[in-house]
Design a protein around this ligand. Structure first.
Ligand SMILES: [Zn+2]
Length: 181
């Protein structure tokens, strides 16, 4: 990414925010400077990010940008690298080259900052799931999402989430555990 693009992205997100944490801003700058320019198609989750994914979730940078911008403003973390990665995500998407139709893979640090929200991104229809078995992609409404094996012991609840394509191939599987205090 060249300096002008970087400056424009940062102006957009930090322009009037004189009270923002300058240490976080410098981490955002370093992260963005280390990345290639974003392309028009973005892989927001795949097996390289987390073993839960058998599929690749792919969305348009322009569709994902408003969600990413909202997420960066709505969710705060005390971890400065995590916060920087969350703020850098919309700035990186804003640099997307619409003529570049290759896939961009979100770097792991950015993925980590929104990983709990991937089901939300899918629910909003912002991504499609590429099924490796079918060799084609499916929209949110074509994907069957189920929660199974729900059990409870004392204050702890466990369950498993699974997503399947219309042909029944597994796209995602995650075990959850929540303890209430
Ligand atoms: Zn399939």
């Amino acid at each position: 990414m060249d300096r002008d693009e970087l400056a424009r992205s940062l102006d957009k997100f930090f322009g009037q925010a004189g009270d923002r944490d300058s240490d976080v801003q410098s981490r955002v700058l370093r992260l963005l400077a280390s990345l290639p320019r974003c392309s028009s198609k973005v892989v927001i989750a795949h097996a390289g990010h987390a073993a839960d994914f058998q599929c690749r979730l792919v969305g348009d940078a322009t569709s994902l940008a408003p969600w990413a911008e909202h997420h960066a403003k709505a969710v705060l973390s005390v971890d400065r690298d995590d916060q920087a990665a969350r703020s850098a995500f919309p700035a990186w998407l804003a640099t997307a080259d619409p003529a570049d139709v290759r896939l961009s893979f979100v770097p792991q640090a950015m993925y980590n900052a929104y990983r709990d929200y991937v089901p939300d991104i899918l629910s909003k229809g912002l991504v499609q799931a590429d099924c490796p078995e079918c060799g084609r992609s499916f929209r949110t409404e074509e994907i069957t999402r189920t929660e199974l094996d729900k059990r409870k012991s004392g204050k702890t609840t466990w369950w498993t989430s699974e997503w399947h394509c219309p042909s029944g191939h597994l796209l995602y599987r995650k075990d959850h555990e929540i303890r209430f205090f």
